[in-house]
Structure formats: structure tokens, C-alpha cells
Design a protein around this ligand. Structure first.
Ligand code: HEM
Length: 186
């Protein structure tokens, strides 16, 4: 997992819960990196899992909610660091359906060693997108947050539902629709 994901995470924890909580989770987690992250480095995903679990225990908020909040936060980072990528798209469904074949392809070049999910489009219309998410990291709530923020970025309302195909969240179907259209699943 890339360093930027850790540095932004710790920044969010500091903003929301304070520096004492950052110190606490760094001390409680067994970190090979010793909690020293640079944005261009690459670190074991186990470290993020450990930080999240210890944060969840400390602040008594479920893991899924914390990962979702982190997705909302990370989206703002993405728009600041990569405005050019967002400028290429005029519509949230166009952007979301291009993650696999364009956006994360660029990301692999910009961030060597990035561990990215796989997305497969099952159905796409002007107003709706049905997409499968695959990742060993099961960060589907992070994905949901990024999807919602993508709609917000284009000033559009959305309705995003998810169905776990695998119980552990490594395979999840997202049913995405612009709010003015109702999603029809057949
Ligand atoms: C300019 C747009 C984007 C950039 C630059 C970008 C970049 C990245 C980077 C750097 C990571 C971390 C990789 C690692 O730690 O090894 C990541 C992970 C991820 N990205 Fe993107 N991303 C973008 C848009 C999106 C969007 C719109 C989604 C919406 C679903 C998305 C879904 C994810 C997910 C779910 C992960 C977590 C890894 C996993 O689930 O396995 N990304 N992305």
C-alpha cells in the first residue's frame, strides 16, 4: 500500500480525534515501518489494517464506518493532487466506468507498487452503472465513499447500493444510479 494512503490517514485521525489518538494507535500497532511513512514509499497493507483496528477499538467506531470516512477524506486528497485526471471527465458515471481502464492504469505509472482493486462493468447506461469490485483488501466501503464523492464533485445526487458477493467483502457488486432515475435491477 502506498505511503500517501498512510500519511493522509494519520492526518485525518489527527484532525478528527487528536494527536494523542495518533500516538496511541501507532504505539498499539505492530509496525515494521515503525510508523514512519513517506508519501512515495510502499508499505505492507497489514500495517493499515492494524492501525484501523486499533483506531476502531480506541474510538469505539465500527471499522466499516472508519474506512468509509477515510474514503470521503481521501477523495479530497485525490482532487487536490490529481486535478488533471478529474478535468478529463464531465460526468460521474463516465469517470467511475473509466477507473479500471484509464484512471488506475495511470495510477500504476505514477505510483509504482500500488495495490489496486479490479473493477468489472456489468451494465452501463447514461444514468446507471452496475460494477463489480474485486480486492483482497476488501476496501469496499472506501470504494463506496469515493463513488459518492465523485457524484458530489460533479454536483450530482446519487444512490449507491452494494451487495456482497463474497461475505468477506473481497467481491462486491455496486448498483449506482443518478438520483433522478430509479435503479431498475432485472
Ligand atoms: C484521480 C483519481 C484516482 C486516483 C489518482 C487514484 C489513486 C489511488 C491510489 C494511489 C490508491 C492506493 C494504492 C495503494 O495504496 O497501493 C488507490 C486505491 C484505491 N482506489 Fe483509486 N484513485 C482514483 C480514483 C478512484 C475512484 C473514483 C475510485 C472509486 C471507486 C477508486 C477506488 C479505489 C479503491 C477502492 C482503492 C483501495 C484499494 C483496494 O480496494 O484494493 N479510485 N487509488
Amino acid at each position: 500500500m502506498k505511503g500517501i494512503v498512510f500519511t493522509e490517514f494519520l492526518e485525518m485521525v489527527e484532525e478528527k480525534f487528536g494527536i494523542e489518538v495518533v500516538d496511541h494507535i501507532l504505539n498499539e500497532s505492530k509496525l515494521q515501518s515503525e510508523g514512519i511513512y513517506t508519501s512515495v514509499g510502499t508499505y505492507d497493507f497489514i500495517e493499515m489494517q492494524s492501525l484501523l483496528i486499533n483506531l476502531s477499538k480506541k474510538v469505539a467506531i465500527p471499522l466499516d464506518d472508519l474506512i468509509y470516512s477515510y474514503g470521503l477524506y481521501f477523495f479530497n486528497t485525490l482532487t487536490k493532487v490529481h486535478p488533471g485526471i478529474f478535468a478529463l471527465y464531465k460526468d460521474p458515471i463516465e469517470l467511475l466506468s473509466s477507473i479500471e481502464n484509464h484512471i488506475h492504469v495511470q495510477v500504476r505509472k505514477l505510483y509504482p507498487g500500488a495495490e489496486l482493486p479490479t473493477f468489472k462493468i456489468e451494465k452501463k447506461t447514461e444514468d446507471q452503472l452496475e460494477i463489480l469490485y474485486f480486492s483482497e483488501r476488501a476496501m469496499y466501503m472506501f470504494a463506496k465513499a469515493l463513488m459518492e464523492k465523485t457524484f458530489e464533485h460533479y454536483d450530482q445526487a446519487s444512490k449507491i447500493r452494494l451487495e456482497k458477493i463474497e461475505n468477506n467483502g473481497t467481491k462486491v457488486r455496486f448498483l449506482i444510479s443518478k438520483k433522478y432515475g430509479t435503479y431498475q435491477k432485472d
